[in-house]
Design a protein around this ligand. Structure first.
Ligand code: ADP
Length: 622
């Protein structure tokens, strides 16, 4: 895998570089055919067998047709030269042969029909299979992977043509095999005329073959190199064509600017496409003409041999047909090769994506040695991959069960990052996070996730039913209406559910039929209720989910929150000090460091940053 990628990545940085050795070219051509075949085979053994058998038959039958054609013409000539009962016999023989050819032709078209049936059925099954593989893989990936743009490129490319490429590669591989079989069978028949014809066939085909491989290789690299550009284009498409962006795009009149960006990217890509296409087609034309000249030279030679009586009329018909069909077989082979490069490109990407190593959190523990210990951060530091500044520096905290913690600090101070480390979406670079006295790394991730219920600032707004939006908090109870209602009470969603046309069974969002849009504050209540779905979770984290609510609603939510949190750990991120002060502990973060830590009273007494901010906000209410 890596061996192929190195030169490719090298070229990715230098698109004009043409250091393509023959080995890479042929490696690229067949690299993934085996895997595509395997994929098709495991998708449906019966269809694959039928596909293979029909391909073989379709490869051999044209030569059979040509051969029977020769017998017919020779039969006709001999019938014309005879008389009486012998002529009758000869004619009957010709009829039989004609029937045989008709049978072969019917067989050939049946094969072709059968091949396309197999292809259609396989396409549907394979598309579903590959898409499922891609999505299953996506489920195993970490948040880091999703935030990595190079990786995201892979995922996008893999998803884009998931349903067609694997089958296309198999079709082309089989098409290549079919035409090669035909060509070999033609060669076998032609060899009886003269061994030279084989050389002629090769001479006519090889230059065009070499050119096609080279240019297909260039196209292969080009496609790969410009994947980020294509992704930018896709992103602009999303922004311009999706409901959730439409408001801003209209109000800020971003449309024309973005559309221009979109067409500029196209123009750039088109320039490269055009130059490659022109080069490819002009070379293709020139070498194709050489091929045609050689073919027709052979044609003349065959005709002359017939006139000189060296071969029969029937043989002449057969050889001419073989040459003509040989030429189209060569053309088909060239086309197959061109396409195979592109398909290989796609598949290399698909497999790179599927084989992306996942750093599965390894632990298996389902409980810790000291359940009374709760959560402990020990000298935790963390820097996001690729970031120049650490997001958290040397954080130490202890939060026993039954206590609550509020995180305060300006935007970007590291509050959300701390929550991400606690829910193990990321791992600390140094230091440890412990739950019940056990490092999070040693916990079974499933068990851990079941215990922590987090609602992030940018919580998801699912275009599902209202109830399912709440139920998403606990997959086991996803469709349980009485649980929706209980959670809805605690998270305050119940307040407006009655106003929705179908209550908890109302479709939310605008994407689907009868969808109802709700306000930002209402969405937050939905998200809060989602957090309350997890009745077994004993750690509840709310990352500013109440910012769009009015102050009294927020206070009410925290009432529930504190009630629920009595034996549990509650962590809350908020900019409203009226709610922050309710927490047992308050940690003030700044630039990733914890600059103050204590209860509301302690921090006021310390008269530091917290006291100043608190006074500032309190003054606003006076
Ligand atoms: P807060 O929640 O306090 O507003 P965050 O914890 O979200 O702050 O962010 C802390 C710092 O980490 C910020 O400087 C932010 O730019 C950076 N950061 C946040 N998320 C990412 C990410 N996914 N990748 C890289 N840097 C990030």
């Amino acid at each position: 895998m890596i061996r192929l990628q190195l030169p490719l990545q090298h070229v990715m940085q230098q698109p004009s570089n043409n250091d393509n050795s023959a080995a890479i070219r042929f490696g690229g051509l067949f690299r993934y055919s085996g895997r595509a075949l395997q994929l098709v085979w495991t998708t449906s053994v019966r269809l694959s067998l039928a596909f293979g058998a029909l391909t073989l038959l379709a490869g051999v039958l044209p030569a059979v047709v040509a051969w029977v054609g020769q017998l017919i013409v020779d039969g006709v000539v001999s019938a014309m030269n005879s008389a009486g009962p012998t002529q009758q016999d000869a004619l009957r023989h010709v009829y039989n042969l004609v029937a045989l050819e008709a049978l072969a032709i019917a067989g050939l078209s049946a094969c072709q029909r059968g091949i396309s049936t197999c292809q259609s059925l396989l396409r549907a099954q394979l598309g579903n299979r590959v898409n499922t593989m891609i999505l299953e893989k996506a489920l195993t990936l970490s948040l880091q992977d999703f935030e990595n743009s190079e990786f995201y490129d892979k995922l996008t490319r893999a998803r884009r043509e998931a349903s067609v490429r694997p089958l296309s590669l198999v079709n082309r591989t089989f098409g290549l095999a079919q035409n090669t079989i035909s060509l070999v069978s033609y060669a076998f028949l032609l060899a009886q005329f003269s061994g030279w014809t084989l050389l002629i066939l090769a001479l006519a085909g090889l230059p065009a073959f070499a050119a096609e491989t080279k240019f297909s290789g260039d196209a292969f690299r080009l496609f790969r190199w410009r994947s980020p550009e294509t992704r930018k284009q896709m992103y602009i498409e999303t922004v311009l064509a999706r409901e959730d962006y439409a408001k801003e795009v209209k109000l800020f009149r971003l449309g024309p600017l973005l559309l221009k960006r979109y067409t500029d990217i196209f123009k750039n890509l088109y320039k490269e496409d055009r130059s490659l296409t022109l080069r490819r087609d002009s070379w293709g034309l020139a070498l194709g003409l050489v091929g045609t000249a050689v073919f027709y030279g052979a044609y003349a030679w065959i005709a002359a041999s017939a006139v000189q009586g060296q071969i029969s009329l029937g043989q002449m018909t057969m050889y001419l047909l073989l040459f003509k069909q040989g030429q189209s077989a060569v053309a088909a082979i060239l086309a197959a090769i061109g396409g195979m490069y592109e398909d290989n490109l796609y598949l290399s990407n698909l497999y790179e994506y599927l084989e992306q190593p996942v750093s599965q959190p390894g632990g298996s523990a389902s409980s810790g040695p000291n359940p009374e210990d709760g959560i402990r951060f020990e000298n935790v530091s963390f820097t996001y991959p690729g970031a120049s500044r650490p997001a958290l520096v040397d954080i130490s905290l202890h939060l026993p069960p039954g206590r609550s913690l509020a995180l305060v600090g300006e935007n970007g101070s590291g509050k959300t990052t701390l929550v991400k480390l606690l829910s193990r979406l990321y791992e600390p670079d140094s230091g440890r996070v412990l739950l019940d006295g056990l490092d999070l790394r040693e916990w079974d991730p499933e068990k851990l996730r079941a215990r922590v219920s987090v609602i992030f600032q940018d919580f998801a707004r699912y275009q599902f039913l209202m109830g399912e939006n709440v139920g998403a908090g606990d997959v086991e109870e996803f469709s349980n209406q009485s649980r929706w209602e209980r959670a809805g009470e605690k998270g305050l969603a119940s307040e407006f559910v009655d106003q929705l046309p179908k209550g908890y069974h109302t479709q939310l969002g605008r994407w689907f039929k009868d969808g109802q849009e709700i306000s930002g504050g209402q969405w937050q209540k939905v998200a809060l209720s989602r957090a309350f779905m997890r009745e077994d979770a004993d750690i509840l984290v709310l990352d500013e989910p109440t910012a769009a609510m009015d102050a009294s609603a927020e206070a009410q939510v925290f009432e529930h929150f504190r009630k629920l949190a009595r034996n549990r750990i509650a962590i809350l991120i908020s900019h409203r000090f009226s709610t922050v002060r309710m927490a047992d502990q308050i940690a003030v973060l700044s630039g990733g460091k914890m600059i103050e830590h204590g209860s509301h009273e302690q921090l006021l007494a310390a008269d530091g940053v917290y006291a100043r901010l608190f006074e500032l906000q309190a003054a606003g209410y006076r």
